[in-house]
Design a binder for this molecule. Structure first.
Ligand code: M6R
Length: 365
């Protein structure tokens, strides 16, 4: 049931404040402001020397975002790879360490094979999964559920932000267990997580502006997405979302890589979507925007009021979100990214929920 939405994807985008809040309630105690891990966790984050994450597609981008969090909050080294690469690489693994798999369906062939490889190497395997009856959920030693509910649209939206929600809370919990975060740090971070739904609701209000912008975007052939820090995986996710449903060629890059190649593509016809909350690396992204502007590239900037003030360039369009704690920005900034892909596809007239050549669950490699 699409409710009063035209597509499942639209419904699922709009459901995010609610399902994220639901997922969060599993990992944090709203009254005490503390994180909670399952009591029967078959490993102790204190003893983990390295976390190996693998997944595919959007789930991989959620894992890539989590790398930043595990390293920052828990000082836990993270190796992350696409499951199809990881499984054949025969990476040396330390028995007793932990590997983590992220999957909406819990049936993705490459992710499952990677899980079995790690289990075979004597690792404890944990999985962030949306479908609780799935093979990955069954075979993992520890399951961290996402409570997104069934996701029908082939393009993942609410499953992605629920994965991020669970992963952020787990990273904070790991930081606490490992003694890297104080009780006060934990409370501050949990308070930030609890505000995600409110900020998401605010971000959804940008829909009319984004819908208008999508009309312009629907006429282009290529789009570049740039971001730094946790906005980098989101740049990759934005590009994937756009190409999946609108069939427009899009690429996501770490903003710092611009000079190392993609800048050659920039001309007046090239929209560049810059994801840049005013965080501690904002200034670095400003220089990239200046490089794009100097070559006539059309910048679409997604930022906050401080960022909008401090660009030093005149973007073609600026989507302004409220100022928010840095940790939760990737979850909230995901919304304009998803809406932009959605409305561009609708404007082109593609089959948004069932894009050509794609399946919801990729059970063959
Ligand atoms: O079910 P999974 O999370 O394991 O699926 C992984 C990818 O196939 C999936 O995220 C895919 O990239 C989506 N179509 C992205 O929108």
């Amino acid at each position: 049931d699409k409710g009063n939405h035209r597509h499942f994807m639209a419904k699922e985008i709009h459901e995010q404040p609610e399902v994220v809040s639901h997922t969060l309630s599993r990992y944090v105690d709203f009254t005490t402001g503390r994180t909670r891990l399952p009591d029967d966790l078959p490993f102790d984050f204190r003893g983990v020397r390295r976390l190996v994450i693998s997944a595919c597609g959007t789930a991989y981008y959620a894992g890539l975002t989590a790398k930043y969090w595990f390293e920052r909050f828990a000082r836990l080294p993270v190796d992350i790879d696409i499951a199809s690469e990881f499984r054949y690489r025969e990476a040396p693994l330390d028995p007793g360490d932990v590997s983590l798999f992220v999957s909406q369906s819990g049936e993705t062939a490459d992710t499952l094979a990677a899980l079995r490889y790690c289990k075979g190497a004597g690792q404890k395997v944990a999985a962030v999964v949306n479908v609780q009856e799935s093979t990955i959920a069954r075979e993992a030693d520890a399951v961290f559920p996402t409570l997104a509910g069934p996701e029908i649209g082939v393009a993942s939206t609410k499953a992605f932000t629920c994965q991020l929600t669970a992963l952020a809370a787990i990273a904070v919990a790991a930081g606490r267990v490992r003694g890297e975060l104080s009780e006060a740090d934990e409370e501050r971070l949990v308070t930030a997580l609890m505000e995600i739904p409110r900020y998401m609701a605010e971000a959804l209000k940008r829909e009319p502006q984004i819908e208008k912008l999508a009309k312009t975007l629907s006429k282009v052939e290529h789009v570049l997405y740039l971001g730094r820090g946790t906005s980098f995986p989101l740049a990759l996710e934005g590009a994937l979302k756009l190409k999946e449903i609108s069939y427009i060629h899009a690429e996501g890059y770490a903003a710092g890589e611009l000079k190392h190649g993609p800048i050659a593509l920039i001309d007046e016809t090239m929209p560049v979507i810059v994801i840049a909350p005013h965080d501690r690396i904002f200034e670095k992204t400003v220089s990239n925007m200046q490089e794009v502007a100097a070559r006539g590239g059309r910048i679409i900037l997604i930022t906050d009021p401080k960022g909008a003030e401090a660009t030093g360039v005149e973007p073609f369009e600026t989507i302004v979100l409220p100022e928010m704690p840095a940790t939760i920005a990737p979850l909230v900034y995901a919304i304009p990214i998803q809406l932009l892909a959605y409305h561009t596809a609708v404007s082109i007239g593609t089959d948004v929920d069932q894009p050509r050549n794609l399946a919801k669950s990729v059970t063959v490699e």
